[in-house]
Design a protein around this ligand. Structure first.
Ligand code: GDP
Length: 305
């Protein structure tokens, strides 16, 4: 039910609009589909993904002779679920993690400033700690003093150690120290913050690959996860950032934040479909507890309930 609360705005607008699209109609016709297309686009599902959904529904309406609102809801739900990438690395409900080869599980977090990167790292640290994991943070976003300070505040709030060398330090050196320290402490999870300077793509690309190279030297296979944080309330910007970051580095999972404050939760569907990257976490508030492991069936159910 927390998910329901977090997605309140998206749900209300999405559901009531879908219901309105078919009101007074005895069957799903061209006009209903046109309305549905507009609803999906205004919910920020994205044009490409919207057209894909509409096409599939059109085919099913023709084949199965879909008549009423209930059936439309059901097939819409099924088609949306089919487009969402499965969050395979967990059962979708817990913050459990494997320790690869007995080493700490290393999560490198990327994303532009302001999307909620630091907050997401803090929430993740809290969740892992609550699940009994030993967590170490690394402040490798050394480009902004505020980024290091904010992460230190989160480490104190959550009660987990942080490795930092202050602003201006070499991010790869911070990453190296963090992994060394985590290994020495036999930590379960390492979460490393990195700078997100998208306007300087070549630098970003070089910096991220250098950090990754160094990590792999300390713990072979690290980072085990490259988590891109996107602000779900920014619609098309989030799509653009996802594209740009996946050019700069291999992204393995997405965290989509601020879904509590927006009716544009459809962004989760479109980005997952277009990037073919699973959404792993969603942010539904500013508090420590307001992060959820993404479960696609739960998400789709909550949109329609
Ligand atoms: P960063 O610059 O990417 O590290 O962004 P911050 O983590 O500092 O977050 C920017 C702002 O967004 C802060 O005021 C956070 O409290 C807020 N924020 C982050 N995640 C969420 C979320 O899921 N929901 C809401 N409502 N606010 C969030």
């Amino acid at each position: 039910e927390t998910l329901n609360k977090g997605l309140e705005k998206t749900k209300q607008s999405f559901l009531s609009k879908v219901a309105r699209a078919i009101v007074g109609k005895s069957r799903v016709d061209e006009e209903v589909l046109d309305n549905l297309e507009e609803i999906l686009i205004t919910s920020d599902v994205g044009v490409e993904t919207t057209l894909k959904i509409i096409e599939r529904i059109e085919a099913r309406v023709a084949r199965d002779k879909v008549l009423g609102a209930d059936e439309l809801n059901r097939i819409l739900k099924e088609e949306i679920a089919a487009l969402l990438e499965e969050n395979k690395s967990s059962d979708g409900t817990t913050f459990e993690l494997e320790k690869p080869n007995g080493h700490p599980h290393v999560i490198m977090v990327v994303g532009v400033n302001g999307v909620g990167k630091t907050t997401t790292i803090g929430k993740l640290a809290h969740q892992f700690k609550s699940a009994g994991k030993k967590v170490v943070l690394g402040a490798a976003d050394t480009f902004r003093a505020a980024a290091v300070d904010q992460l230190i505040i989160w480490s104190e709030r959550v009660g987990v150690p942080i490795v930092q060398q202050g602003m201006g330090a070499d991010p790869a050196s911070v990453a190296f120290d963090t992994l060394q320290s985590a290994k020495a402490q036999d930590a379960d999870v390492v979460i490393i913050d990195t700078a997100g300077r998208l306007h300087n793509k070549v630098n970003l690309m070089n910096e991220l690959s250098k950090i990754k190279r160094v990590m792999d030297k300390v713990i072979p296979g690290a980072p085990h996860e490259v988590l891109l944080v996107l602000d779900g309330s920014t619609g098309q910007n989030a799509y653009e950032q996802a594209k740009q970051f996946s050019i700069a580095t291999d992204i393995s999972a997405l965290a989509i934040t601020k879904l509590d404050g927006t009716a544009k939760g459809g962004v989760v569907i479109g980005i997952s479909d277009q990037m073919k990257i699973p959404v792993k976490y969603i942010g539904v508030g500013e508090g420590m507890e307001d992060l959820q492991v993404f479960n696609k069936m739960e998400f789709v159910d909550s949109l329609f309930s």
